[in-house]
Design a protein around this ligand. Structure first.
Ligand SMILES: *Cc1c(COP(=O)(O)O)cnc(C)c1O
Length: 361
């Protein structure tokens, strides 16, 4: 790995260098067992101890109380789009959905297969900029099994700067913002996240669910997606994604060594400020999100002259700044600056952007 290369991919995203180095070091011989962690039984005492410790570290990082179960599930973030209605929505029930971008819209589509997914608000523009309609305008149902929202929309770069206050249990897709800022878990009925942005390899999903919401799954819920069953069996009803779980554990330890979520949040604020301030000050670039809904994790931006997009991408790549192409649905550029991105990466990016603007402006 080269120190001067920075990967801005939205996901799977870069992981902390120290974590990757440790994984490399113990790749062939984990805990002196003479084989990789990938090659040991998930029922072995060594693996179980590691798995429990990972959960414990996550509980510490987010101050998760005993009222909540922490599950390590299969099928990534999207796997929860159907698991949530199957587990939480009674037959013929309704679930409220806040749509602020692509991911929260994706959750609606999947939920509709199991019951009524009511869209209580849809993406709103404030002028030319993307924003979020105030909660007072949401058309909430009286009897929703839960309200689903996505605190950070990875594609559009729109992030809530508050936690909605509703009567129904709050369900949050934190795939691209978990562990990036302090939260109060008690505000939520369920938090979930695909791992590949801020936690580890793809395929794994973390689910943090209030225990009183367990045991309500539809009878046709596949066992491995049944929260209650997985809770009872410590997320090992079948073989879990063992390597992803292990790597997630290393990332949790790394986060604790960084000073925990509060310390990492400070760094994330500084990184985002550096990049947005630069974009706002330079006429050559533009971000199209209302200021207080701008994401700290995913920063989409456009060149004033979009004919230069290919050139920008080519030259940024040559400069060691990888994966800046925006999502195909919104175009332009996007810099994802998750926990693992050091501020040096953002400095290198703004420096490159300034040089590029000067040469091509
Ligand atoms: C990436 C992402 C997902 C999907 O994750 P997969 O593991 O690919 O299913 C869902 N929601 C959000 C907000 C994401 O950023």
């Amino acid at each position: 790995m080269d120190n001067s290369i920075f990967n801005f991919c939205a996901g799977p995203a870069m992981l902390p260098r120290e974590v990757m180095q440790q994984a490399q070091q113990e790749f062939l011989d984990w805990q002196g067992l003479g084989c990789s962690v990938m090659e040991v039984s998930h029922r072995s005492p060594e693996y179980i101890a590691m798995a429990k410790e990972a959960e414990q570290d996550l509980r510490e990082l987010l101050s998760i109380s005993d009222d909540y179960a922490v599950l390590f599930m299969h099928a990534g973030g999207r796997g929860q789009f159907f698991s949530i209605p199957m587990n939480l929505m009674p037959q013929g029930g309704v679930a409220d959905h806040v749509v602020t971008g692509s991911w929260s819209r994706g959750a609606v589509k999947e939920c509709q297969k199991y019951g009524q997914a009511k869209v209580v608000t849809d993406i709103t523009y404030q002028g030319n900029n993307r924003g979020i309609a105030p909660q007072s305008e949401w058309q909430l149902s009286d009897n929703a099994a839960y309200l689903h929202y996505c605190p950070n929309e990875t594609v559009e770069g729109v992030e809530f700067d508050y936690v909605p206050q509703v009567d129904a249990p709050l369900v949050a897709d934190m795939s691209s913002c978990i562990l990036s800022r302090q939260i109060n878990v008690n505000d939520f009925g369920l938090i979930y996240a695909g791992a590949q942005k801020n936690i580890g390899p793809s395929g794994l999903a973390i689910v943090i669910v209030r225990k009183d919401l367990l045991g309500k799954a539809r009878s046709d819920t596949p066992s491995i997606f049944d929260y209650q069953q997985q809770f009872k069996l410590d997320s090992m009803l079948n073989t879990p994604p063992t390597y992803a779980w292990y790597l997630a554990g290393l990332v949790f330890k790394w986060l604790k060594a960084q000073g925990g979520v509060a310390a990492v949040e400070e760094k994330n604020i500084a990184k985002a400020k550096l990049l947005y301030d630069f974009i706002d000050e330079c006429d050559f670039y533009e971000n199209r999100v209302v200021k207080h809904y701008r994401s700290r994790m995913n920063v989409p931006f456009y060149l004033a002259d979009e004919a230069l997009n290919d050139k920008f991408l080519q030259e940024s790549k040559q400069a060691g700044l990888l994966a800046l192409k925006g999502h195909r649905m919104v175009g332009g550029m996007r810099a994802s600056i998750y926990n693992a991105m050091p501020i040096e990466g953002v400095k290198a990016l703004t420096q490159f952007m300034a040089d590029f603007a000067k040469k091509n402006g």
